[in-house]
Design a protein around this ligand. Structure first.
Ligand code: SF4
Length: 364
């Protein structure tokens, strides 16, 4: 598909450059794994081929330095069967498909802090063919969006951003491009979805995506940029989304996490106005979707985040929060009912006014 690209470009601020790339022995058995290692070596990054499949992670004892070293490490590994088995992922999609685990950015609220164990290195999976082989058997077997009256028309949906930001690591991995192209040639009633706080969509715009991929830009007000270290500026993310629209992709906005800090109305009002302005030139935004996710944390994620980002000004106190139990029995803290009502009414009103054709998929 040609990149007509009539829309303005905003160069992404930075491309992730890990300090080292560790490649396990089994990862080298896969062409995709070798490709990642070769790209990293060509970029002048230190590539270490490990003699076994064990990751040798000798990080410093000092937790701050250990965190920094881990975040600067990309490991190329083989996803075991347990990680390849697709799981439902409500409310986003029928199935979760993981190309990697971990993310190089430094967001003070990152949900991965509570869900991934161990040092926060990024693991990119080498055995892409085995990951892709899990998808066709799930076609037509979804229970989340496929059973939703308002979303069943999307076909079986697959979400690729649950345990990583796939666009943030794309220049080195090439995994997201491969997945988009794979969906492009998959003549099926299926849709790939991914969301990102990064903006380098150059590897994706020219792909033959077959209209089966939706990119969402994950956005937050400029005033909260200090909570999103290592990501691309929100204006660049919106420009990237517009560029993807110009290339015929389906588009969406993930406004997340919604943070009810002082001045939130003005901050989010400006954000929605900026999104509307950025998407104005996109040929067809009739299919634009919006996902609204309020800030939440678990006791576990709070403890990890406070150790990673001591002194952060992100409020994770008990005031204005309520405890919610998930169906698996774990606890999370969300804004209380009064705050939720106020926030929700605001977002629904603003989006209806500024992005009247957009479809809100969920509020959580
Ligand atoms: Fe976490 Fe997303 Fe930020 Fe990466 S970009 S650190 S996955 S919140």
């Amino acid at each position: 598909m040609a990149d007509a690209d009539p829309l303005p470009r905003l160069t992404p601020a930075r491309a992730w450059r890990p300090r080292r790339v560790l490649v396990t022995r089994s990862a080298l058995d896969w062409a995709h794994g070798r490709g990642i290692a070769e790209r990293a070596a060509a970029a002048g990054i230190d590539v270490v081929e490990l003699p076994t499949d064990r990751l040798a992670l000798a990080f410093p004892d000092d937790p701050r330095r250990a965190y920094a070293e881990a975040k600067a490490t990309l490991a190329v590994t083989v996803a075991p069967p347990s990680k390849r088995r697709l799981q439902p992922i409500a409310p986003s999609a029928d199935w979760r498909v993981d190309l990697a685990e971990g993310c190089p950015a430094h967001c003070g609220y990152c949900y991965l802090a509570g869900s991934l164990k161990g040092p926060p290195i990024t693991r990119a999976y080498a055995n892409l063919p085995e990951i892709l082989a899990e998808l066709p058997p799930r076609l037509g077997a979804g229970t989340i969006t496929s059973r939703s009256r308002s979303r069943a028309h999307e076909g079986t949906t697959f979400e690729a951003s649950c345990y990583t930001d796939p666009l943030g690591i794309e220049p080195l991995t090439g995994s997201l491009s491969a997945l988009v192209a794979w969906f492009g040639q998959w003549e099926a009633d299926a849709q790939l979805r991914f969301t990102s706080k990064f903006a380098d969509v150059a590897p994706l715009v020219g792909l033959d995506h077959g209209g089966r991929t939706r990119m969402r830009a994950s956005i937050n007000p400029v005033a909260y940029a200090r909570f999103e270290g290592g990501t691309d500026p929100v204006a660049a993310r919106l420009a990237a989304l517009a560029r993807m629209g110009g290339a015929g992709y389906r588009l969406g906005l993930t406004i997340a996490p919604i943070i009810a800090a002082a001045g939130w109305r003005e901050a989010y009002g400006a954000l929605i106005a900026d999104a509307a302005a950025a998407l104005m030139g996109v040929p067809d935004t009739a299919d634009l979707t919006v996902e609204l996710i309020t800030h939440r944390y678990t006791p576990g994620s709070k403890a990890v985040l406070e150790s990673w980002y001591p002194g952060s000004r992100l409020d994770m106190g008990a005031a204005g929060r309520t405890e919610k139990r998930t169906k698996f029995g774990s606890v999370k803290f969300v804004y209380d009912a009064a705050a939720m009502r106020e926030l929700r009414a605001f977002f629904e009103t603003e989006i209806a006014a500024r992005l009247p054709r957009a479809r809100i998929l969920y509020w959580t």
